[in-house]
Design a protein around this ligand. Structure first.
Ligand code: XMP
Length: 506
């Protein structure tokens, strides 16, 4: 299948470039700037991303572009454009001051495939410290802003373009059109990457890869593992056995609800209620990392013992998705893991790993889930941490605390659904605080629990803003919680963004 390669120079927005290209039903892959896959016949174009670095930085990323320029259509974005200019005989200088924000792009006369059909003077988003002061011989300028003469340029003979602004961000109002011009108009994408084509191709590949082998998969109730299970079920039917472990730290009623949904689509699923074991092992433990370790260890033990009881299992399937695997670079060029969520089960199980969603972004996982007939409620679920409510109870965990928090969380999440706010936030939940607070109920002084509500907007959990929920809604849930949940007399709303705060409190 056609694909675009995005060479990553460490920009915060590299994943956004990929998402924009995928929205055009075109497959693309993000690779570190120095790992261009020479000889891959499916490549139809290359994008060079932005970077926090300058081409003059001591440790600047300066790969040899001779294997790319002239061989494939190339679009350099910000640092990518500066790199083309710098290495091909143009000139890049420090702009003195970082230019950050909106600018208006004036398109110069003459035909340019990249800017074809874009309106004059539309808004683009700039974020750069260096600026291009001369473009190489054989190149011409095609777009400028008030302060940036070489805001867009192209090679006269080669299929090479550079833009100083960031077409991948929403603030560049015609950025999507520009990227479409590159991907479809210039690179000639056949737009074959769709949920249906993905399902057909993956099901065929899974059949081939797995044959009559038996596969086990750990379900969490979340969208990724559920879609992975549905896809595998379509490919190999009952040769897939899924295991859903209830560690007793799920949301109120979640275990039963999710089991029902899995059974309704015909999954062969074993539900294991191991709450008592987890609760016993967590007794008296307050340190969040220790809680995580105990839960991780117990989970593996329970899963392992259930899986070993099954006969002839050869494969372990996981719902790993693309952002979990992207090798994002930091400023030193070293690869850092983008997420801490790639929970891998131990190799000691002696099983081969099968990851059918490993190329998908979260929104693509949801589309695929929808096409596979999973219920909307399951597909559009907020992310929920593996250790569940354990990391939302500050301090030690007791069954009473879990039960209080489940009630509070249930009112909050139910309220978000009722008020039509659930799908507007990335993730929400309640936190049971450690300190008690004084209150009055009726004529009596109370000394009870305080809870915090947290709701954030985000696109990938790497950064997040606190959600501006309506005051009326907050008033409603606060009243409901204090009136209905025994043991809670105070409700706070968390107004911290990430960074510097994290989404979870622990
Ligand atoms: P933070 O708190 O780091 O969370 O901003 C980012 C995302 O990761 C989830 N999260 C976890 N998920 N195991 C998980 O499977 C964990 O230990 C864990 N801690 C945080 C969090 O809910 C958010 O979606």
């Amino acid at each position: 299948m056609d694909k675009i390669i995005i060479l990553d120079f460490g920009s915060q927005t590299t994943q956004l470039i990929a998402r924009r290209i995928r929205e055009l039903n075109t497959f693309c892959e993000i690779l570190p700037y120095n790992k261009f896959p020479e000889g891959d016949k499916d490549i139809i174009g290359v994008v060079l991303s932005g970077s926090p670095l300058s081409v003059y930085s001591e440790n600047a990323f300066l790969p040899d572009l001779s294997k790319i320029l002239g061989k494939y259509p190339v679009l350099g974005i910000c640092y990518g454009a500066q790199l083309i200019s710098h290495t091909q005989g143009g000139c890049v200088k420090s702009a003195g001051m970082r230019e950050y924000g909106r600018a208006s792009l004036s398109i110069l006369e003459g035909s340019c495939q990249l800017l074809k059909g874009l309106e004059q003077n539309s808004q683009v988003w700039m974020s750069h410290g260096d600026t291009i002061t001369a473009i190489p011989n054989g190149y011409r300028v095609v777009g400028s802003t008030d302060t940036v003469k070489y805001a867009a340029f192209e090679s006269i003979d080669l299929p090479v373009w550079g833009v100083q602004f960031h077409p991948e961000v929403e603030h560049s109002l015609q950025g999507r059109k520009l990227i479409e011009n590159f991907v479809v108009g210039i690179c000639g994408s056949k737009k074959e990457w769709t949920s249906d084509s993905f399902i057909d191709k993956t099901v065929a590949e899974l059949k081939q890869q797995l044959g009559d082998d038996k596969v086990v998969l750990g379900l969490s109730g979340g969208v990724d593992s559920s879609v992975a299970a549905a896809l595998l079920h379509k490919a190999i039917g009952d040769n897939l056995t899924s295991i859903f472990v209830n560690h007793g730290l799920l949301r109120k009623g979640e275990f039963e609800e999710v089991m029902d949904a899995y059974n309704a689509i015909g999954l062969n699923v074993i539900g294991v209620n191991a709450s008592e074991r987890f609760m016993n092992d967590l007794k008296g433990v307050s340190d969040p990392e220790k809680k995580r370790k105990i839960i991780g260890r117990d989970f593996i033990k329970v899963f392992d013992s259930e899986a070993s009881a099954l006969k002839d299992i050869k494969w372990l399937a996981q719902g790993t998705i693309y952002p979990d695997r992207i090798e994002s670079l930091n400023i030193t060029g070293k690869v850092i893991k983008s997420h801490h969520n790639v929970g891998g089960l131990p190799e000691k199980m002696g099983l081969q790993l099968c990851e059918p969603l490993k190329w998908l972004f979260k929104d693509e996982v949801r589309y695929v889930g929808e096409r596979l007939g999973l219920p909307k409620k399951l597909i559009n679920r907020h992310p929920f941490p593996g250790p569940g409510l354990a990391v939302r109870i500050i301090g030690d965990i007791t069954p009473e605390k879990v039960s209080i928090l489940q009630e509070v969380d249930n009112i909050f999440i139910g309220g978000l659904r009722e008020w039509g706010l659930y799908d507007k936030v990335w993730q929400a939940g309640a936190i049971l605080l450690k300190d008690r607070s004084v209150g009055v109920m009726g004529d009596e002084r109370t000394f009870e629990n305080a809870v915090a509500l947290r709701a954030v907007t985000s696109i990938d959990a790497m950064t997040a803003d606190w959600a501006e929920l309506p005051y009326d809604f907050l008033k409603f849930v606060s009243n409901e919680i204090i009136n209905k949940v025994k043991g809670v007399n105070r409700v706070c709303y968390d107004i911290s963004s990430k960074p510097p705060a994290t989404i979870e409190w622990e």
